[in-house]
Ligand binder design. Sequence first.
Ligand code: TMP
Length: 213
Amino acid sequence: MTQQAGKLITVEGIEGVGKTTNLRFMVEWMHNHSQPVLATREPGGTPLADDIRHFLLADHNEIICPDAELLLMFAARAQHLARVILPALHSGKWVICDRFTDASYAYQGAGRGLPMSKIATLETLVQGELRPDLTILLDAPLEVALERIKQRGKLDRFESEEISFFERVRNNYLERASREPHRFRVVSTHQNEEIVQSKIVAILEEFVAVHAN
Ligand code: TMP
C-alpha cells in the first residue's frame, strides 16, 4: 500500500465505555479547528461492509464459528479500506475510525480464543503496512461498562456475551496499549465528562500539532 498523506486515528474500547459520545466530541473538535476529517466505523463504513456488520451483529439460528467471524470482519475491512479509508487518507484527511484491527485482536483473539498469529496474517494480507497512527483506548471498569450495556434495549450478538468475554477483551486492549505506548493513549471514561473531554483535547492537540501538513 502506498504512503498516505492523512493520518488514521482509531477509537477502541469495550461496549459501554462511552465511545459514541466521545467520538462525536472528537469529530466536532476537528471541525471546530478547521481540520478535514472523515468519521467512519467498523465493521461497516460502506453499504456492502454495513451489510456484513448487520449480519455479524444479528442473531442467527446457526452459530457463527470464530474463523468465519474473523474473516467477515476482515472482508468488511478490506472493502472499507479500499472504498473509504485509503481514498480519504490519500486526499489528506484525518480519518477517525470507530474500531479497527485492534478490535479483531481483542474480540476474535482474546474474546473468542483465536490464535493472534491468524489475525496478524489477515492484518498483513488486508492492510499491507497500514496501521493506525493513533489509537485512543477508552476504558472503564468492567462493572461500570456492563451496567451501561444493560440499560440499552435489545442487545446484539456481541453485547449478549458473558462477563468473562468482556474481561478478556478489556485486558487484551490494555495489554496492547501497554505494549505500544507510542501509538495508544488510554483515557479512563470513569470520571466526569469534562475531564474526559479535556484529556481527549490534549491528545488531539498534540497529535494534530505534530502531524498537520
Ligand atoms: P460497535 O457496536 O461498538 O460499533 O461494534 C460492533 C461490534 O463488533 C462490537 O461488539 C465489537 C465487534 N468487533 C469485533 O468483534 N471485531 C472487529 O474487528 C470489530 C471492528 C468489531
